[in-house]
Design a protein around this ligand. Structure first.
Ligand code: UDP
Ligand code: MG
Length: 316
């Protein structure tokens, strides 16, 4: 059996501090794995320069001249981690048997790639998720906010893998199926589980950034989280309807209170009628919004034109 051709996809945004060492580590890993015949000789690293303003692209070009296994594409401007990753995965589709995506700072232990490839070769897993077994190196804030977010996603019914970021192996078939998702707001951690196919997980401890600084400030984290929820579920809109319904029930209690006060002459003129209409109309408006939201949610799901199913194999 010939070993699979591996493409390691690395999104890079202003990574001049971390990239040289990371490339060295990854090339070393490729050497070891090729020697062990775990992956093919023509395996390579695909760096995606996400519109960096520093020397990142020069570093990639120099590394390519020194070793042809380092390849790269440069995006015209900064499009964010998810898009950079997607560009890389698209670039390697049809040019590899398996891809592994990993952050340029190698916070996710690259040695876990060996296990990922092992699971692909031995257990025929087509998607292998890297799962963080410990996040001690992350700040308290990052850890807590990330975990709260995963829980919230779960509660809202979005199917994701706990403590998994974008460190994962995907087979060529999985890459092709991913290519069928045409939506522009791609939240990969939510889309990949929808693909199906045989999956496995590999756990590893997450370490601190080797060099440089994080490019995920709070603002980017929040927008990623919003995408992670709004791209998958219209539940928040349905909640508006529920709130309206609850208000309508409370309305009855308020009405009783208002009427008692009114007939006891404990009110000023106009208060009772105002109170009754504010509460009643408020709940009606919320319920109306919820109903409109329900339809918008349907339209939203439709316009995404997501594939309805994925064919794994065919005997004809
Ligand atoms: N990244 C990117 N585009 C961006 C921001 C980040 O391609 O706009 C890349 C970055 O170079 C790194 C990965 O995404 O390879 C994760 O970013 P980072 O390590 O800064 O995030 P953190 O690990 O702190 O969440
Ligand atoms: Mg990082």
């Amino acid at each position: 059996m010939t070993p699979p051709r591996l493409a390691i996809v690395v999104p890079c945004y202003n990574e001049q501090e971390a990239l040289p060492a990371s490339l060295k580590t990854l090339l070393g890993l490729l050497n070891d794995m090729t020697a062990a015949r775990a992956v093919a000789d023509d395996s390579y690293i695909m760096c995606v320069d996400d519109g960096s303003r520093d020397r990142t692209w020069q570093i990639i070009a120099e590394a390519h001249n020194a070793d042809r296994r380092v390849k790269g594409i440069a995006l015209a401007h900064n499009r964010g981690h998810q898009n950079a990753l997607l560009a890389g995965l698209e670039a390697v589709t049809d040019r590899c048997d398996i891809s592994v995506s990993i952050d340029a700072d190698l916070q996710d232990d690259p040695q876990a790639i060996r296990n990922m490839v092992g699971l692909y070769s031995d257990e025929h897993a087509e998607i292998v998720y890297g799962v963080r077994s410990s996040r001690e190196s992350d700040s308290w804030f990052k850890r807590t906010s990330a975990q709260t977010f995963y829980r919230l996603q779960r509660a809202l019914g979005v199917d994701t893998v706990y403590n998994h970021a974008d460190y994962r192996l995907m087979s060529n078939r999985a890459l092709h199926l991913l290519g069928e998702y045409g939506e522009s707001n791609m939240y990969l951690r939510g889309i990949v589980p929808q693909i199906g196919l045989r999956t496995a997980t590999v756990s590893y401890p997450r370490t601190a950034r080797t060099a440089g600084e994080t490019h995920y400030p709070l603002s980017k984290m929040i927008s990623l989280s919003v995408d992670g929820i709004t791209s998958f579920t219209a539940k928040p809109m349905r909640m508006i309807f529920t709130v309206g319904l609850i208000l309508l029930v409370l309305d009855i209690i308020v009405a009783v209170w208002v009427l008692i006060a009114h007939f006891r002459h404990e009110t000023i003129t106009g208060w009772s009628s105002l109170m009754l209409s504010v509460w009643f109309l408020g709940s009606l408006i919320l319920m109306g919004l919820g109903i409109v939201g329900e339809y918008i949610g349907k339209i939203y799901i439709e316009v995404k034109r997501r594939p309805r199913f994925a064919v794994r194999e065919e005997i004809f």
